[in-house]
Design a binder for this molecule. Sequence first.
Ligand code: ADP
Length: 334
Amino acid sequence: MTTDNATVSAQLASALDRIADPVSGEGLIASRRAGPPRFSDGVASVVLDVTGLSGNLRLMLETDIKAALGQVAGVEKVRVAMTAEKQNLRIIAIGSGKGGVGKSTLAANLAIALKKLGVKVGLVDADIYGPSQPRLMHVEGIKPRASESKKLEPVPTPYGVPLLSMGQLVKEGQAVAWRGPMASNAVGQLIDAEWGDIELIILDLPPGTGDIQLSMVQKHKPAGAVIISTPQDLSLMDATRAIDFLQHANVPLIGLVENMAGYACPHCGEISDPFGSGGAEAAAKAMELPFLGRIPLDIAIRKASDAGTPPAADDGDVDFAAIARKVKDWLGSN
Ligand code: ADP
């Protein structure tokens, strides 16, 4: 009986995936329009995500599914449940060619600066190598709860930006050995959570441009991405690798942020630039990339980050606010 059910389920899945998604043209399962069908006591059940589809298309799909699945031997009835969600949730990924360049710092501060501009924004920390957002956002040690629908509930932070982090799900160091699909499924749990009225998620990617990062952006399809780099890395072309990677994954590039761009003297505030100034902006131009702004190397940024009080939350912030305005403009026109 179990084997029979398994055989029928497999036949149902392939019948369902032979129907094309009206938006992407891929099979309904491949496009994640439908989940794998379930089968029990002669009844085949399909959950269909009809987000963005007109009433006519919904009806056509339902009719096609019932006809196709009804032909599988053993099936007496086909049920189609329609759900519509994730309406306006867009994702902006923050990536870097390598670690330690300030990617997490940018993700946290950009989220806060966007919130100050009135965007309903949440933060997802997918950095499996060093999930630092719970510390940065001052909610270290707080675990998210699961709602009745078994979805995670983002943790509120003092900055009005709810957070879900890999660091809240797994023990330190545990996720490092994960491969791409496993890591991106875990990120799926963080994205497919009870975000309420949130319209934008800032996604802090793991550093680098390998298989894990690729799997995450392919699966979760960010609306756009911001790359952060230090002036030195730009000359080393780490950023170029990150840009190639995004192009390969078909993710639009919003622009480049230069971090640790000059040294802010803790005594007099004067900014000196040991690597020469304007290099990153020039390099961005040469690569035909929008340049979103630069953040100086400033001990106050590291101290504030360690203390869980991100500088963007401060009234005096101008650097992150300027970057956030450009990102908001990009969102408005894309
Ligand atoms: P990544 O996410 O790229 O690994 P982080 O954001 O964790 O990098 O930053 C690495 C370290 O550098 C952290 O200690 C952070 O506080 C510090 N840092 C980041 N940007 C700056 C900056 N502009 N000035 C001073 N310290 C910074």
